[in-house]
Design a protein around this ligand. Structure first.
Ligand code: FES
Length: 187
């Protein structure tokens, strides 16, 4: 028969039980950490395998774009630099000015040849001016003031069979190559 007169030990007083509970929860924690590490490794290697099947593709923007036909760049009177019109239509998107002279059309890359800033076109003065260090260019892109060492470069320009004109930015021509037949289009 049980001796009810003996006081039973409260759970918080059982130091053995406490130790047992602590080591049990430590074991649980270690088990969880182990599974966590296992699943992390599994996920990372699965992602690596998936990437192998879907290789990263670099979508580069096209290097050429159409600028209309010769009708969009009509003849007219020239300024004192031999230029009829400077079109800013493609400047914002492509950083290119299309210049029409009496006998040709060409595409100027809108980049100052000093340190690469973007010059601004001033139609009333018929000049390009660079805001960075004051270089200035005539309407044909030839430098005449400031630190710019040479005229602004030009891009490839060609005509398709249907008459549309294409500017190709994959190659730049410096002033010594302005006579290259790919650097201008006969008007
Ligand atoms: S970058 Fe144009 S003048 Fe210096």
């Amino acid at each position: 028969m049980a001796d009810d007169s003996k006081p039973t030990m409260a759970p918080e007083e059982c130091s053995g039980c406490q130790k047992e509970n602590m080591s049990e929860s430590r074991r649980t924690l270690m088990r969880r950490l182990g599974w966590g590490a296992f699943f992390t490794t599994l996920t990372v290697s699965a992602a690596g395998t998936l990437r192998f099947f879907f290789p990263r593709v670099l979508f580069e923007p096209p290097t050429s774009f159409k600028i209309g036909t010769m009708k969009d760049y009509p003849s007219g009177s020239t300024d004192k630099y031999g230029v009829i019109t400077v079109s800013e239509q493609f400047m914002e998107e492509q950083r290119v000015w299309i210049v029409r002279e009496v006998d040709k059309v060409y595409a100027i890359f809108g980049k100052c040849t000093h340190l690469g800033c973007t010059p601004k076109w001033f139609p009333n003065e018929r000049l390009f001016k660079c805001p960075c260090h004051g270089s200035q260019y005539y309407s044909n892109g030839v430098n005449f003031a400031g630190p710019a060492p040479r005229p602004m470069d030009r891009y490839i320009i060609t005509k398709l069979a249907d008459g549309r004109i294409v500017v190709d930015t994959s190659e730049l021509f410096t002033v010594d190559k302005f006579d290259d037949p790919r650097c201008f289009l006969k008007a």
